[in-house]
Every structure is written in C-alpha cells, then in structure tokens.
Design a protein around this ligand. Structure first.
Ligand code: E4P
Length: 213
C-alpha cells in the first residue's frame, strides 16, 4: 500500500521523506491556505522532493474553470495529479482531462454511488474521506470496503485513496482491506512507527550490552 502525506508544508514533507517511505502527497485548499505562500511555488517545491503522485486541487466549480486551472497545475510537473471535487461539473471535467492525458484525483467522496460514478468517468484516484464520516457517527472504513468491492466486481482501475485519516488504525484497516493508498497528516505518519515496547526493549538491550564481556 502506498503511504501519502496529507499536507502542503514543505518542512513536514522533507522531515517525513527523510525515512524514505513517503510515496506521494495530497494537498487541498485548506492545507495550502495555512502555508501563506503562492500555491505554484509550494507545488513546485513539493514535486522536487517527492517523485510520486502529488495531488493539487482546483478551486473552480464550473467545468471550464476546472479545465483551465487543472491544465495549469498539470504543467507544473509530470507527477501532478489534478484534484477535482465530486460534483457533476467535476465528473465532466475528469472525462475531458482523461482524454488529454491528465490524471485526476476525485475528492470529497462520501458514498459508494459517488465512487462508482468517479470510476466510470475515468478517475485515476478516488478519495473517500473516512475521518469526516466517523465525525458524524458513520463508519468511514465501511465505505472503503464497499468501494473496493464495487471496483473489484467490475475491474475498475481507479485507485482507492483513503483520505481524512485521523489515527494509525485507519491506516492499518486500509491495508487489511487492500486499499491502494492512504493519505495522512504528518502526526499520524509519525505515529505509525511508534510502540512503547520497542523503546523499552531497545533501551534494555543497550543497557545489557554495556554489561556484556
Ligand atoms: C485528502 O486528500 C484530503 O486533503 C484530506 O485527507 C482531508 O482530511 P481532513 O478531513 O482531516 O481535513
């Protein structure tokens, strides 16, 4: 399973990428707004650090506007994936982008029927938001299971990217279900490696080693 970072912070991306296991990055307008720098500058820098897929979202909500913004974003680097919202106009834009060879991540997916339409439109990635469903007392991971089954039933090639991950269990469950990608904030990525018994065990080994002949 690919592990993506869900951030527009170049510093966080550099820190996480140092371990060598970051496969890609997802950004969104809210994450970009936190950075207080021009988006194109941020995007260029991210794409120079991460060679895998880097999602960059359009903010237009009409087809022509999405196409105009998406084409510009796609020019920034070969690994830019244009992110479009799961609305009618978005699905029309996805089909046009596909015919032009531009790959799309369809975002803000909250139901299996939406995911089915995105796959039919030719999405390269679908982004179901599990954390936001959990927040309203729905089972976010159940949506992932449903989408994986639907895509598997019909051989859709759209990759399922588990988005809005809030804790390491979301990542573990994603891997158990066979999702293609999970994207997570830096904090969750950092938590994946941690276990108190590893720290205690290592400390003990090192102390005992000092006493060895
Ligand atoms: C995915 O691409 C989104 O940027 C993201 O995962 C949303 O997460 P949030 O619900 O924590 O804002």
């Amino acid at each position: 399973m690919k592990l993506f970072l869900d951030t527009a912070s170049v510093q966080e991306i550099r820190d996480a990428a140092a371990m060598g296991l970051v496969d890609g990055v997802t950004t969104n307008p809210s994450l970009v707004a936190k950075e207080q720098k021009p988006f194109n500058e941020i995007l260029k820098e991210i794409c120079s650090i991460i060679k895998g897929d880097v999602s960059a979202e359009v903010t237009a909500i009409d087809v022509d506007g999405m196409l105009k913004q998406g084409r510009e974003l796609a020019k920034v680097a070969d690994n830019v994936i244009v992110k479009v919202p799961l609305i009618k106009e978005g699905l029309v834009a996805v089909q046009k982008f596909k015919s032009e060879g531009i790959r799309c991540n369809v975002t803000l997916c909250f139901s299996p029927s939406q995911a089915l339409l995105a796959a039919k439109a030719g999405a390269y990635i679908i982004s179901p938001f599990v954390g936001r469903l959990d927040d309203i007392s729905e089972d976010g991971m159940n949506l992932i299971q449903q989408i994986l089954q639907i895509y598997n039933n019909y051989g859709f090639e759209t990759q399922v990217l588990v988005a809005s991950c809030r804790h390491p269990l979301h990542i573990v469950d994603s891997a158990m279900m066979g999702a293609h990608i999970a994207t997570m904030p830096f904090k969750v990525y950092d938590q994946l490696i941690k276990h108190p018994l590893t720290d205690i065990g290592l400390q003990k080994f090192l102390e005992d080693w000092k006493k060895a002949k």
